[in-house]
Write a protein that binds this ligand. Structure first.
Ligand SMILES: [Mg+2]
Ligand SMILES: [Zn+2]
Length: 180
């Protein structure tokens, strides 16, 4: 079975612009800024894990961004960061879909496709919805904390870190200690 690190997109791999101290998704391909340390972090993790991006993109339904633009951004990241796979939810709350985090539909789809052991997998996110999904799926969770103006996840459910890179180092340490 595969071990995976699930990563959120906005605020974890690429910069998320903030309005009123809350993160937003970029709406133009040209606005992509890969966060410092992400490339190195992925290099470290790739030795032991598949890397799968899972991202909520409700602005597609809200007509603030075109789906084709989101796909262009995601494909670019998949190639640039050598991600093994990418999953996106384009729905909003009213759709009651199974994929919008904190639901775990995207993780389950990936599990089926890649034969993933979720208990030996990790998740890195910057919002409570990410951490809740990881927790439900049985992963070990890392919260990149920007002190957004919203409810932050319980410190019992995740490790608080400053960046994706810090999370990558810590994951590497954990698996080395477990001799995996
Ligand atoms: Mg995010
Ligand atoms: Zn969805």
């Amino acid at each position: 079975m595969q071990k995976v690190v699930f990563v959120d997109r906005d605020g974890v791999l690429i910069k998320a612009p903030k309005i009123d101290n809350k993160p937003y998704s970029i709406r133009k391909f040209e606005k992509i800024k890969i966060i410092k340390g992400v490339l190195q972090g992925i290099k470290i993790l790739k030795k032991n894990f598949k890397i799968i991006m899972i991202t909520n993109q409700p602005d597609v339904y809200r007509k603030k961004v075109k789906k084709i633009e989101v796909k262009k951004i995601n494909n670019y990241l998949k190639i640039m960061l050598k991600l093994n796979d990418v999953y996106a939810c384009y729905h909003d709350n009213i759709h009651k879909c199974d994929c919008r985090k904190p639901k775990i539909g995207m993780l389950l789809l990936a599990k089926k496709k890649w034969n993933i052991n979720l208990k030996k997998s990790f998740l890195i996110g910057d919002r409570s919805s990410d951490i809740l999904a990881g927790k439900k799926a049985g992963c070990t969770n890392f919260f990149v904390n920007y002190n957004y103006d919203e409810k932050l996840p319980s410190k019992r459910s995740c490790y608080y870190v400053k960046s994706f890179y810090r999370a990558a180092l810590k994951i590497n340490k954990i698996i080395k200690n477990n001799n995996e």
